[in-house]
Ligand binder design. Sequence first.
Ligand SMILES: Nc1ncnc2c1ncn2[C@@H]1O[C@H](COP(=O)(O)OP(=O)(O)O)[C@@H](O)[C@H]1O
Ligand SMILES: [Mg+2]
Length: 375
Amino acid sequence: MLVTAIEARPLRSLERVRVSLGPGIVSVVGPNGVGKTNLVEALYFALTGRSFRTADRRDLIPFGESLARAEATIRDDGIERRLLASVSRTEGRRHLLDGQSADPATIARSRPPVAVFAPDRLSLVKGPPAERRAHLDGFLAARWPARAELRKRFGQALAQRNAMISRLAAGHGSPEGLDVWDAGVAAAAAPLIAARAEAVAELAPAFAAALAELGLEHGELAYAPRAAGDAEEIRAGLRERREADLKLGRSSWGPHLDELKLSASGRALRKYGSQGQQRAALLALLFAEREALLDARRVTPLLLLDDVMSELDPGRRELLVARLAAGGQTLITAADEESLPPAARETMVRMPKPGLVDDERVDPDALGDPGAEAA
Ligand SMILES: Nc1ncnc2c1ncn2[C@@H]1O[C@H](COP(=O)(O)OP(=O)(O)O)[C@@H](O)[C@H]1O
Ligand SMILES: [Mg+2]
């Protein structure tokens, strides 16, 4: 499965821009402000329906306009498909597969897993644990599609238990009513904890190796589950904490409090890492995940590396590109060509000036009626 083209029409400063992608590394070069990050965002938006920069998709709408739209072309087994994401001030958002609305699970199966490195994405390393849990669960879903629902199922069970706790606090029902919800939470928690543990065990060696390559020795990726054991043990643990949870008004124990620890030489990078070390850790985590996905030969993961070269010294740039050349699709952006090692310059695209379609192979009719999807 490959992404063969991305088109923003429009998105932020990009009025209408199309860039073709090959199977390996594509470098997009252009001066600061030309819209490289916007292009990366457009690709991410087309594939996932979300932005990695903002929770409010309307930020993607060009100033003074009412609609943002991005389309990715994906080739899978010789079949070409199109994923189109749009957000409109008046119509809300859409995510269409070949022009039809499709449920998120179908869309997820129709696109490659995508990971983003951007200088302002360090919150994954230094932010609260919830971001790392969500990220880890995203990896789970890409690595083992059958486990994609574990996170959601647990979230639903937890919400039900918490709702029951609130009812009890308001004086409705009796504490025994919690038995069924304890069992539900335990049944959903155990497989999620086991899957997270397996994922981290798989990622840890590759994380340490990639981090060392980026100049940081003794890296460690570790899973710190708040609750452990099989469903029966977790059910018993919840029962033990019932009084405390009723006082607190919520569930104080379970995988919704797990942590994914990134450290080097025994120090938590979240707290003690320098900016550069945190960047290295983010890259190492993304590399480890990519390697795991490639090894599992599921689908070719797509890695988006925004402005990564400026963060690295020349020796490390070479190592990075060598690693990327080993497999998988990558989009790299860079402000200056010189920062790209030769191997990454072979497939270089100059960022088209805003408003222009760079690629004369584009058939304007194939772009469809600009108003159609928003209607
Ligand atoms: N919603 C928006 N509408 C129009 N332009 C925008 C919007 N959001 C950001 N921009 C513009 O996009 C430009 C930056 O693009 P960016 O992709 O960050 O450039 P680069 O990554 O190449 O340095 C800035 O000029 C900024 O004002
Ligand atoms: Mg940028």
